[in-house]
Design a protein around this ligand. Structure first.
Ligand code: CTP
Ligand code: MG
Length: 177
């Protein structure tokens, strides 16, 4: 069980980083090009090309660094190493899930930045868990046992909320969620 928690967190790190990195590197032209459907933006100004590409690259870089770390730390064999296609699935899938959530939010008439509990905490996880088995099926099913997937689905929202509370108290965020 403990080992599965370690594997779950390690394997998901390249999917956790992109959305946070996008906040830092995002900006410029929105993906939807400003297009509206039914009077509402398709995605909104919060989803930019720069943020998406930068976020994905930062997730891939995270995985490359973890691969190096796994070699120097005495944890070889316990944690998975990431092939490039798995990193593309984890990082790109996380960004894709977040973009999909924006699409849903705009259809639900939610303003950019408005929180949607549940969706906000799981969109990137679901995106990563859909894209990675498509791009790297062998690696995915070796690494993500049903137990590991369950742990990811339970731990991620808790971790997400916990970090946001910390960021709120540090004055980095305006809301504790
Ligand atoms: N960002 C970006 N490109 C992405 C994702 C995020 O540029 N693909 C940047 C944007 O500056 C965005 C910020 O990161 O405002 C925070 O991301 P997020 O909370 O996902 O977007 P919101 O602004 O809340 O927009 P939405 O309501 O559509 O989720
Ligand atoms: Mg937001």
């Amino acid at each position: 069980m403990f080992e599965s928690v370690i594997v779950a967190l390690w394997a998901m790190l390249p999917a956790y980083v992109p959305n946070n990195a996008a906040v830092v590197v995002g900006g410029g032209r929105p993906i939807d090009g400003g297009h509206t459907v039914g009077g509402r933006r398709l995605l909104g100004d919060g989803k930019t090309w720069q943020g998406t590409v930068g976020g994905t690259l930062s997730g891939i870089l995270t995985g490359v660094l973890l691969n190096l770390l796994a070699v120097v730390l005495p944890i070889d064999g316990l944690v998975p190493t990431f092939p490039l296609l798995a990193l593309l699935g984890l990082a790109g899938g996380a960004m894709g899930g977040d973009i999909g959530a924006s699409l849903v939010k705009r259809r639900l008439n939610r303003e950019r930045g408005s929180p949607v509990p549940g969706l906000d905490q799981l969109d990137f996880v679901v995106g990563a868990l859909i894209c990675t088995p498509i791009l790297a099926p062998g690696w995915f099913f070796d690494t993500f046992s049903p137990l590991v997937i369950l742990i990811v689905l339970v731990i991620t929202p808790l971790l997400h909320l916990g970090l946001n509370v910390v960021a709120f108290h540090l004055g980095l965020k305006n809301e504790p969620y």
